[in-house]
Ligand binder design. Structure first.
Ligand code: ZN
Length: 657
């Protein structure tokens, strides 16, 4: 592992806190050191309080911040002496500790300090760095792990047996560290957990961390446990969307609401799922206890959700009995799945949760593989893991997480999503917590958003094969389909029927009608598996109730789709799928309305462009966002009892009224 320290760069971060921000970000950039909020850092500083008295302050990473992107505001200023006094108490409950940590802040607006704040306070050195380095965990989580780390680090590091993070761990370190530390000590190893280093400058603490982790990596290499065999590339997957959606439905039931199921499709995930010893090495527990919250204790092997639920219940009952505490069981749904055919899949209540679980498990695969090569992977006992999973603080955090957004865990597919009404629908659905797949013939769709809950696919909807491929890709990405927004359409230049070319007629029919028929047919079995019932919204047109001269192909195609949807509503009601239509008119912020078309239509009615834009009963301009918000609401509880409705979004049109 190489040091990323750069003196010139570091010089741009003045002061104790500036230096703390700089090297924290360096640590955060190495996913083999810290991952998704894992790890934390601190700096001890001296400041004047409101009375003008000098006070020692520990700035420690606040919860909710990631080291990679942390700023000065992400460090919580705690009164150091208060923390040192706490470390001497014989006992402190989780809730008392949380209260004391919040109470010793000098800034009431600062985030909650890390639960490892007391530990940072008792360690020497102005700067303290803490990581959960993969290489260290691979060594500690083996039979004889303690002997191995002693061999690697010798007397430069103090070793502490595993204790759950929190007051007990800080208390134990406060007791053992002064006894064991010598003049050579530069760090602290917490077995099955991570590594601390410290120093009088940010650079020294950081480079000691890199140095120790490099020693761990070299030890793995020396023992032929570093290089992971590059797995053979996964064979092209066969279509599996219905199996995946059915599996997701079962997992959603276990989770107590719609879940995202993301098929990772990585070579490493496939190779691990197909290892002959996967049942032994994957079922012992997570790499470090803090992963249990995001990945559950063990992955589900294969697709038997009922068996996983039963096993989780048994684990909960046994551990809860031993712990002797009254606890409410978290949902018994898996977060990681290893399947010989699908490879590594991850689940979550949101696409982001599933993405985080995937990151963590890819690192877990490396750690387990290396530990196995080193002489045998050995995770912590189930009870230790259970303590973290059912820790008062964690449970309180989960309860405080509050109400999930309306479409959390649900998946929407939007056609014509790169611009206009389609893009506005993507925005409205994302805002409500859905994971969204956008289809568009425009390649810009793949770069519309870079976030875990959006996936863009380039697709020509008139090609039956590419449409089926796109639906398959969407299901592999998020696990199924709950909402379908049929928006893509073309509006050809006006032409009277007498002059209408057959080619143009067929083209309009193929995009506006045939593609929607194909999509409805392909998506029906998936919508049928939607945990909360499937919803379809069709972006129709004012031309359905009130056609215009010169727009025969467009009006006929939209009217045909309208009729198609009415039939689907009759046929699919028994499958808990509801379909509703919107009839927008004069939505000018879309790709259909080029300035030329706008000018020509305005002229056709003898109006200026401005008059034309608000030429409706309410004298108001209708935007893409207005249409999209209504489309999203039609997928929500407000329209739960409505199917086959046709709602105008047109500012009021006297021909429709
Ligand atoms: Zn830690």
């Amino acid at each position: 592992m190489n040091s990323r320290w750069n003196d010139a760069e570091a010089a741009q971060y003045p002061g104790d806190l500036g230096q703390r921000v700089y090297s924290s970000r360096l640590l955060g950039r190495d996913s083999a050191l810290v991952l998704h909020g894992g790890g934390n850092t601190s700096v001890k500083s001296r400041e004047k309080n409101i009375f003008g008295e000098e006070e020692d302050i520990l700035y420690v990473k606040g919860s909710g911040w990631d080291l990679e992107t942390i700023e000065a505001a992400g460090f919580s200023p705690c009164r150091l002496n208060h923390l040192l006094k706490l470390a001497k108490l014989p006992e402190l409950s989780d809730l008392q500790m949380a209260n004391e940590l919040k109470g010793c802040l000098t800034n009431s607006a600062a985030p909650m300090p890390s639960v490892e704040a007391i530990l940072h306070a008792i360690l020497p050195g102005k700067f303290v760095d803490h990581t959960h380095a993969d290489a260290l965990i691979a060594i500690t989580n083996t039979a004889g792990g303690l002997n191995r780390v002693q061999e690697v680090f010798g007397d430069r590091v103090v070793f502490i047996p595993y204790v759950m993070p929190g007051f007990k761990l800080a208390r134990l370190c406060a007791e053992l560290f002064p006894q064991k530390a010598t003049g050579k000590t530069i760090g602290l190893v917490l077995m099955n957990h991570g590594l601390f280093t410290f120093g009088d400058t940010a650079k020294v603490a950081y480079e000691r961390m890199i140095e120790l982790v490099t020693l761990a990596e070299a030890y793995l290499a020396k023992n032929k446990a570093w290089e992971l065999k590059s797995p053979a590339p996964a064979s092209p997957p066969r279509p599996a969307r219905l199996e995946i959606a059915a599996l997701r439905k079962e997992i959603s039931a276990a989770m107590g609401g719609p879940a995202i199921l993301a098929v990772q499709g990585t070579a490493a995930g496939h190779a691990f799922a197909r290892r002959p010893d996967v049942a032994t090495i994957s079922q012992q527990g997570p790499a470090t206890p803090d992963h249990v919250i995001r990945t559950k204790r063990i992955p589900m092997l294969g697709r038997d959700v009922a068996a996983f639920r039963a096993a989780y219940q048994a684990y909960f009952d046994a551990c809860a009995a031993q712990a002797g505490r009254k606890l409410v069981m978290l949902d018994p749904a898996p977060r990681v799945l290893l399947d010989a055919d699908l490879g590594l899949c991850t689940m979550g209540r949101t696409a982001k949760e599933a993405a985080i679980a995937a990151d963590i498990y890819h690192h877990t695969i490396d750690i387990i593989s290396r530990a196995t090569a080193l002489g045998g992977w050995q995770a912590l006992p189930a009870l230790e893991i259970f303590d973290v999973e059912y820790w008062d603080l964690e449970q309180a955090k989960l309860r405080a997480a509050g109400k999930a957004p309306a479409f959390a865990g649900e998946v929407a597919l939007v056609t014509g999503a790169a611009s206009g009404i389609g893009k506005a629908c993507v925005d409205s659905l994302l805002k409500r917590g859905a994971a969204v797949v956008g289809l568009d013939v425009n390649p810009a769709i793949t770069k519309l958003y870079s976030r875990p809950d959006f996936h863009g696919i380039v697709c020509d909807l008139t090609q039956e094969a590419s449409l089926a491929t796109a639906v398959e890709e969407a299901v592999r990405k998020f696990g199924g389909l709950d909402m379908l927004i049929l928006n893509a359409g073309i509006f050809p230049p006006g032409a009277p029927i007498a002059d209408m070319k057959s080619d143009l007629w067929h083209k309009v029919m193929s995009v506006n009608l045939d593609a929607n028929f194909l999509l409805l047919r392909e998506c029906h079995p998936l919508l049928k598996l939607a945990p909360n019932g499937g919803r379809v919204v069709v972006i129709g047109s004012k031309n359905v109730p009130a056609p215009g001269p010169g727009a025969s192909a467009y009006s006929a195609s939209k009217a045909a789709v309208n009729q198609l949807v009415r039939v689907a509503a009759l046929e699919w009601g028994k499958d808990r799928i509801r379909l509703n239509s919107l009839h927008p008119n004069m939505v000018f912020d879309t790709a259909l309305w080029t300035p030329e078309i706008l000018a020509s239509r305005a002229k056709h009615y003898g109006l200026s462009v401005e008059e034309y834009k608000t030429n409706n009963v309410l004298k108001t301009e209708v935007s893409s966002r207005d249409v999209a918000e209504l489309a999203a609401e039609m997928c929500g509880p407000l329209f739960a009892k409505t199917t086959a409705a046709q709602v105008p979004v047109d500012g009021g049109n006297d021909r429709v009224i």
